[in-house]
Design a protein around this ligand. Structure first.
Ligand code: HEC
Length: 126
């Protein structure tokens, strides 16, 4: 095989691999501190600085602990594709789909878990 063929084959393979839909890629453990910055930029207006849902605007993470009995994949699905519960009503209506890469998703989920999930451990500087 000549060199050009080898190079173009490598290129085609790389393109094929990188086109795997992000939602199918496995989630890795995230960085909660980086996730805190994402939360502050993209989630705080609805979920509130301390996660209380801004007076009924959105899910109150302090009370709705059952949200964090879901797996990372389920939470990722809710964040990426949007989510609406049966029989609940929030001023924002529903969780709007977020355009987010896997790393940002992993980090924001790590943040949510460490701050609001079972056995929460993260204490952030005020
Ligand atoms: C426009 C307001 C709004 C924004 C912005 C928003 N959310 Fe939500 N979110 C909601 C509402 C409303 C719900 C409750 C939906 C329901 O259960 O009916 C919700 C629910 C959730 C849930 C629970 C999903 C489940 O499966 O139970 C998670 C997790 C979540 N949001 C994470 C985030 C993250 C992370 C961000 C920022 C990247 C974000 N939200 C930004 C409104 C918002």
């Amino acid at each position: 095989m000549n060199i050009m063929k080898t190079v173009s084959l490598a290129f085609v393979t790389a393109v094929a691999l990188s086109s795997v839909a992000p939602s199918q890629a496995e989630l890795l453990p995230g960085d909660a501190r980086r996730g805190a910055e994402i939360y502050a930029q993209r989630c705080v207006m609805c979920h509130g600085e301390n996660g209380d849902g801004n007076g009924g605007m959105a899910a109150n993470f302090l009370e709705e602990w059952y949200r964090f009995t879901k797996t990372d994949e389920e939470l990722a699905e809710s964040i990426r594709n949007g989510f609406r519960s049966e029989g609940k009503s929030y001023a924002a209506g529903s969780m709007p789909p977020q355009l987010m890469n896997n790393r940002d998703l992993e980090d924001v989920i790590a943040y949510l878990r460490s701050r609001f999930g079972e056995g929460r451990s993260l204490s952030l500087p005020e």
